[in-house]
Design a protein around this ligand. Structure first.
Ligand code: ZN
Ligand code: ZN
Length: 332
């Protein structure tokens, strides 16, 4: 099969991906062999390919937004039949026994493993996934449209839950990329009022088109106080205006895996009146399942840009240079 490996991490413009002719992987006893139909290109793939993330598996095949079809099962893999359409996401293993796993916070498991980092992912014609970590996918979407739901969608949803938005509440969304525009649609479907803060006029326009009540500059105050806010932009300085925009008792969740330093906070100005600042780390399988169920009930608007699998390197370079509007998806 055709597969792309990261043999030597380096900047995307210098071509870190190597196209190889690899053997179709053998599924382990509890794994599914999946024929890849579509694989999203996520910013985390860029961190793997460029070496921002330490190498966990030399020569790894990146890609953790995989939509595929089950073609074979290990003899102990249950829950899926051959021919089923399945999703393979970032989280692919946890220990199940540590204090975090036992209390339902497997996203914090210190022994967790990830697709396209610890194990080969979806920049290939076939991949494998432990059956317990594969996801059922909602109807009503193309393979390409489902792909970005499997990382950007799930993480944005986990951030929305971490922001503890009350029913019918007022949500502020800071930054409006792939994850944010999916979380916004879930919040709107659940009856929230959403205010979007982003510097890009095109993103502001998209926010209003999707149903946001207002859209303004990245650090501008929203037109009313917020019950909850999510910071999607990786800009630590935005923590200050976002906290200031919160009503009493409001929560700000920082969604990114990376944030520039947060400037000094003033206790009275940014935190007093029981405002909360919290981070968001990965997601649990329960988050993924709940999000995919909601995506089945409320059709989410997804903007994708297809690339043939052979152009994976180009897709990564385009992402690195901010040349893509929407989510890049590789189609084998
Ligand atoms: Zn654990
Ligand atoms: Zn991702």
């Amino acid at each position: 099969m055709r597969a792309f490996r990261v043999t030597c991490p380096r900047p995307a413009a210098e071509g870190p991906l190597e196209l190889v002719d690899a053997a179709v992987p053998e599924p382990g006893t509890d794994e599914l062999l999946v024929q890849v139909l579509a694989c999203g290109v996520c910013r985390t793939d860029l961190h793997v390919a460029e070496g921002d993330l330490p190498v966990h598996r030399p020569g790894v095949v990146p890609g953790h937004e995989v939509v595929g079809r089950v073609v074979r099962r290990g003899h102990r893999a249950t829950g899926f039949a051959e021919g089923d359409r399945v999703g393979v996401a970032w989280l692919r293993g946890t220990c199940g026994t540590c204090r975090f796993c036992r209390r339902g916070a497997e996203n914090l498991c210190p022994s967790s493993e990830y697709t396209g980092w610890d194990a080969d992912g979806g920049y290939a014609e076939y991949t494998t996934v432990p059956a317990d970590y594969a996801h059922r996918l909602p109807e009503g979407y193309t393979d390409a449209d489902l792909a970005p739901l499997l990382c950007a969608g799930i993480i944005g949803f986990h951030a929305l839950r971490r922001a503890e938005l009350p029913a019918g509440g007022r949500l502020g969304v800071y930054g409006f990329g792939g994850s944010a525009h999916l979380a916004t649609q879930v919040a709107l479907a659940e009856g929230a009022t959403v205010h979007v803060m982003t510097r890009s006029p095109a993103a502001q326009e998209l926010a209003l088109r999707l149903g946001a009540a207002s859209a303004q500059g990245a650090a501008d105050p929203p037109p009313e106080p917020l019950d909850a806010a999510i910071l999607f932009a990786p800009a630590g300085e935005l923590v200050l205006p976002a906290l200031e925009a919160l009503d009493r008792g409001g929560t700000l969740a920082v969604a990114g895996i990376h944030l520039t330093d947060v400037p000094v906070l003033g206790y009275r100005r940014h935190l007093f009146q029981e405002r909360t600042l919290r981070s968001v780390t990965s997601n649990t399988r329960a988050d993924a399942r709940e999000f995919l169920r909601i995506a089945g009930e409320h059709h989410l608007d997804v903007t994708t840009v297809p690339y043939p699998l052979d152009k994976a390197g180009e897709a990564l370079a385009d992402l690195a240079a901010d040349r893509i509007t929407g989510a890049a998806v590789l189609i084998p």
